[in-house]
Design a protein around this ligand. Structure first.
Ligand code: NAD
Ligand code: DAU
Length: 339
């Protein structure tokens, strides 16, 4: 089996590459990544010399490059992680989100249609469902929940999902889509809440919490997401959407305080800053479908996962210090200096 993993130098794609190479010693994994600010070859360092692995630098929105790659490699499966993934950046500058997340997905689908494929899998997000009210804890996102987006990021991901479904219906491209909740774990870029809080706390810097810190996210350890995608690409039904999430709802403040406690740092580091415009209140996945059809359930509790994650950041300081001391510095200053 030959799998092209797009965006495999990023957080979840990188974890997926490691997971698949370890699990299947007869699969060829090709990582295609543009290496944007979020792509990091250090994440893939330990597999670079693996005979079953190949890294190719390129843009999913570059049609001739993608067509050449399909012609040359004749992949069986595409798993598309490549995306601009940060909501705050999409609010600052939406255009690249439209180009990569929508047009890039369109190019990959055209390549699948032209050259043939066993499976195209789109890695999507629970953000396409919009948000849920804080006072309705009985409500969850199911696969039938209508698409209702808030940010340019989620709108671009929803557009991509619609395109994927249209290529199934109109051209019979064999697709699946997964919509997962917030991931955390190793190799998570420090612009996102959990790694940002760990890195800042370790450096005794302020911990920026948007608004009152009452927004709820449904956290999933990244390896559980990888297991879910593995099950979907092998046994998921063509044309179907699968939600992935583990009923692990926490307010942002709870998450921040948990990290501070684990690190033995003071809550005085918390600083309430201006809220994100259009900030989604609550995400919460109903994973019944993937549990019933594919026997998927999360294996790592938040309690265990956050400890493992903190340990990883403590054991791999150079991985994230190289990022926060690089061009990311300018982004951090721009985003947080006026707060
Ligand atoms: P990330 O930002 O860490 O990684 C994205 C990767 O895609 C980077 O390596 C980047 O270089 C690459 N990339 C960006 N534009 C590209 C292009 N035009 N061509 C090729 N490569 C390109 O993102 P992530 O958090 O790992 O998310 C991966 C996917 O999972 C995204 O599609 C995201 O929407 C989705 N998702 C993320 C989460 C989460 O909590 N992080 C949850 C659900 C779904
Ligand atoms: O739900 C899945 C989504 O989760 C993915 O589709 C996105 O790619 C991924 O980035 C993530 O989106 P969020 O916006 O939920 O993640 P983020 O880590 O940016 O923020 C988590 C929560 O923490 C959110 O309520 C905003 C808040 N926050 C974030 C940052 C960066 C803060 O309070 N302070 C911060 O500095």
């Amino acid at each position: 089996m030959k799998i092209i993993v797009t965006g495999g130098a990023g957080f979840i794609g990188g974890n997926f590459v490691h997971y698949m190479l370890k699990k299947y010693n007869n699969y060829k994994i090709i990582c295609l990544d543009k290496l944007t600010y979020a792509g990091n070859l250090a994440t893939l360092e330990s597999v670079m010399s693996n005979d079953n692995f190949k890294f190719v630098q390129g843009d999913i929105a570059d049609r001739s490059f993608i067509y050449n790659l399909f012609q040359e490699e004749k992949p069986d499966i595409i798993v598309n992680f490549a995306a601009e993934s940060h909501v705050d950046r999409s609010i600052e500058d939406p255009e690249i989100f439209l180009k990569t997340n929508i047009l890039g997905t369109g190019v990959l689908l055209d390549a699948c249609k032209k050259y043939g494929i066993k499976r195209y899998h789109q890695v999507s997000t629970d953000e396409v469902y919009g948000d849920l009210p804080l006072d309705r804890t009985d409500l969850f996102f199911t696969e039938e929940t209508p698409i209702h987006t808030s940010s340019p990021y989620s709108a671009s991901k929803a557009s991509a999902d619609l395109l994927v479904q249209s290529y199934y219906r109109t051209f019979k491209v064999p697709v699946t889509i997964s919509r997962c909740s917030n991931n955390y774990g190793p190799y998570h870029f420090p612009e996102k809440l959990i790694p940002l809080i760990i890195a800042n706390a370790l450096n005794d810097k302020n911990l920026p919490v948007y608004g009152k810190g009452e927004n709820v996210r449904d956290w999933l350890y990244v390896q559980d997401h990888c297991i879910g995608i593995d099950k979907i690409i092998h046994n998921g039904k063509i044309g179907e959407v699968y939600n992935i999430g583990g009923h692990n709802e926490k307010t942002n403040l709870e998450v921040v305080k948990t990290i501070l406690k684990e690190l033995g740092k003071s809550e005085d580091l918390i600083k309430y800053v201006t809220d994100r415009p259009g900030h989604d209140m609550r995400y919460a996945i109903d994973p019944t479908k993937i549990k019933n059809e594919l026997n998927w359930e999360p294996e790592t509790s938040f309690n265990e996962g956050i400890k493992k994650t903190i340990k990883w950041y403590l054991d791999n300081t150079s991985w994230w210090e190289n990022i926060i001391n690089g061009e990311y510095k300018d982004y951090y200053k721009k985003m947080y200096e006026n707060n």
